[in-house]
Design a protein around this ligand. Structure first.
Ligand SMILES: *Cc1c(COP(=O)(O)O)cnc(C)c1O
Length: 362
């Protein structure tokens, strides 16, 4: 059945584990003996309750979260969080710090400013085209939170370690690296991820929020834009994106039961990234665009000697069964997104292809 599947390096929506897709296919017409598809059962049914509760439990277990944290499944994508975060947590007299590491950070900053919220951009890597993660940041006094983008999907940079904020809670956009590595959730008031990069299909955004942050939510904002609305109703104030939540549940099950947990996943992800960066660094033909030390383990961005070669590389790659290697339209170049589901075998095959392309064209 799966013989004609390509090696998928898309940035998002992105590759899902084949076993997850097969499980969806197998259960699609008759979900767990209900006689209905998961897309047909009520979100108020026991069937869906089991799905969402299991997904929440698995996220808490995988990320080692204590009971102060609530897991929410929202619609509107990661982009909706850009407006919800300042709306919920920057009430009268409060301010926040933001770090600008590229397109997605800039959008988060814009949505806070649109609302007239007081935010300060305490660090930016714009001076070098967002090719690095800033260090030694001077955070402001008494900020409600510090917002960072943990992995910069477009520029291919990633925080190797989260900054020391002197105790101010972090809020992170983890859309493209959630569930890829372990981290200490204690430092966070909230973190969020559109599922379509590393945890499922498009249509749901996972938000993990700490109870003291939930208490800050003011009354006088729209119901649908309040985190507390969804926290009080186990993400079912209104109809949740049932199918997407179901797929997320299966991806989590795969991560725990097939991969063997987050530490194993992280080790595998590092191995994958090292292989690919190794090929880039050894060649005089490919060059990585992110600074050493700031390189993303998830999105490997690189250039070829000129744009014609890049075009031909992407074209030849496609002919050989490697999809999604074109860089984001705003930056050009090439990008291999190697999220959790991308198997080591796919990286090996890509490395071989890249070396062969270099021999021919270098
Ligand atoms: C893709 C992406 C987004 C946008 O996600 P949507 O779910 O489409 O809103 C935001 N932040 C980062 C880091 C991303 O990679």
């Amino acid at each position: 059945m799966a013989d004609n599947r390509i090696y998928n390096f898309n940035a998002g929506p992105a590759a899902l584990p084949l076993s997850v897709l097969e499980e969806i296919q197998d259960s699609f017409l008759d979900f767990r003996g209900s006689g209905m598809s998961i897309t047909e059962v009520s979100h108020r049914s026991k069937w869906f309750d089991d799905v969402i509760n299991d997904a929440v439990e698995r996220i808490k277990r995988v990320l080692n979260l204590d009971d102060r944290f609530q897991v929410l499944f929202l619609q509107g994508g990661a982009s909706m969080q850009f407006c919800m975060i300042p709306m919920n947590f920057l009430t009268e007299g409060k301010h926040a710090d933001y770090v600008n590491t590229g397109t997605w950070s800039a959008k988060a900053i814009k949505e806070a400013r649109i609302q007239g919220k007081t935010i300060q951009v305490v660090a930016s890597s714009e001076d070098k085209n967002f090719s690095y993660i800033p260090e030694n940041i001077a955070f402001s006094e008494g900020a409600a939170y510090v917002h960072v983008t943990s992995n910069n999907t477009i520029k291919g940079t990633q925080w190797a370690e989260f900054p020391d904020t002197g105790g101010v809670p972090l809020i992170a956009d983890m859309s493209s690296d959630i569930l890829s590595r372990t981290f200490d959730a204690d430092k966070f008031g909230l973190f969020y991820a559109g599922a379509q990069k590393n945890m499922g299909p498009a249509g749901v955004c996972t938000v993990i929020v700490r109870d003291d942050f939930l208490k800050m939510v003011p009354e006088n904002i729209p119901t649908m834009l309040k985190y507390s609305t969804f926290a009080a109703k186990n993400s079912m104030f209104n109809t949740p994106p049932c199918f997407a939540v179901y797929a997320v549940q299966l991806v989590l099950k795969w991560l725990e039961e097939s991969v063997g947990g987050l530490e194993k996943m992280e080790a595998l992800n590092r191995e994958k990234a090292e292989m690919l960066y190794g090929v880039i660094d050894e060649s005089g033909f490919y060059s990585g665009t992110a600074a050493q030390g700031s390189r993303s383990v998830m999105n490997v961005t690189f250039r070829l000697p000129d744009e014609d070669l890049e075009k031909s590389f992407i074209q030849k790659a496609l002919e050989n069964g490697f999809g999604g290697l074109k860089g984001h339209r705003s930056v050009g170049g090439c990008r291999a997104s190697i999220y959790n589901p991308t198997p080591l075998k796919a990286i090996g095959a890509l490395c071989d292809f890249m070396q062969a392309f270099e021999r021919k064209n270098g």
